[in-house]
Design a protein around this ligand. Structure first.
Ligand code: B12
Length: 217
């Protein structure tokens, strides 16, 4: 299957295929795109490969992602699309739900039954042909049977509520001395989720993402 070949092409980068789907007009895939293969990370493997590289640009992870994905896309005759460089943004979370067994968590990011909240998307390969792909398995969201919902009541400044995610309150907190645990170790609400604890990001990776969130270039 071509997906296995694509997976092998990404092996050295720590990136993995995150499922695929056949595009319909409702998916808002650029015209002509018939099959979308999602590429992303789960756990720290991508970070370990990225951390060995030189960082010179303002958005080093985004530049590195392009350096990895663009030649692989060319090799497979696909177009590479990215979740960054918006707005407007490509609807990566919607595409992810089409491609894989992921569902929205109460705090926003999609939850995966094995990786929990410790996964993300770095790109998508779009093909103009209908490739042979597997339909993702669909299991109930782990959040459906979670009774204590620690993700919703752990944030020290209550940034997650029935009104959604209060981004300014979160940013103000992590920029202050009281928010150093979130800034250096990653979002406490995300860390409180019991699913996918084996895939939790390393402190350096968590800190990198939190710094970028605090100060997007
Ligand atoms: C803008 C943005 C933000 C903004 C959010 C502003 C806001 N209040 O909405 C800020 C900067 C605050 C942010 C923060 C973070 N983000 Co962000 N963000 C994005 C970005 C670049 C665009 C989102 C967007 O506007 N999409 C446009 C719409 C059209 O696309 P969409 O797929 O339809 O997305 C919407 C639906 O999924 C919808 N939605 C939600 N629930 C449901 C349920 C159903 C059934 C449906 C159909 C839709 C739906 O909400 C999405 C809008 O955000 C995406 C990347 C991307 N291209 O999607 C990452 C992205 C969503 N972020 C991501 C992450 C990881 C984070 C952080 C955890 C980063 C960190 N600090 O470590 C934080 C915390 C987020 C949180 N707790 O909610 C990941 C999520 C991965 C995942 N597991 O789902 C993404 C996909 C980036 C990536 N590279 O993987 N983010």
């Amino acid at each position: 299957m071509i997906i296995d070949d694509i997976q092998r092409a990404f092996a050295a980068s720590g990136l993995i295929t995150r499922g695929a789907f056949h595009a319909t007009t409702a998916d808002d895939v650029p015209e002509g795109g018939r099959t979308v293969v999602m590429i992303g990370n789960a756990g720290p493997d991508m970070w370990r490969a990225f951390a060995k590289t030189e960082r010179s640009s303002a958005n080093p992870l985004d530049s590195w992602t392009r350096e990895v994905l663009d030649p692989i896309a060319v090799g497979f005759g696909a177009t590479a699309l990215y979740p960054f460089n918006g707005p407007p943004y490509h609807p990566f979370q919607r595409w992810a739900m089409r491609a894989d067994d992921v569902t929205p968590s109460p705090i926003g990011p999609l939850i995966h039954p094995m990786f929990g909240l410790w996964h993300a998307y770095r790109g998508a390969l779009v093909f103009d042909a209908e490739l042979d792909i597997q339909t993702p398995s669909r299991t109930p969201s782990p959040c459906a049977s979670c009774t204590d919902k620690r993700c919703l009541n752990t944030c020290p400044v209550g940034a997650f509520s029935e009104h959604g995610y209060d981004v300014p309150t979160c940013r103000t907190h992590i920029a202050a001395p009281d928010g150093q645990d979130c800034l250096e170790g990653g979002c406490l609400a995300r860390r409180a989720c019991p699913i996918g604890q084996d895939y939790i990001y390393e402190p350096a990776q968590a800190a990198f993402h939190m710094m970028h969130f605090l100060d997007p270039k």
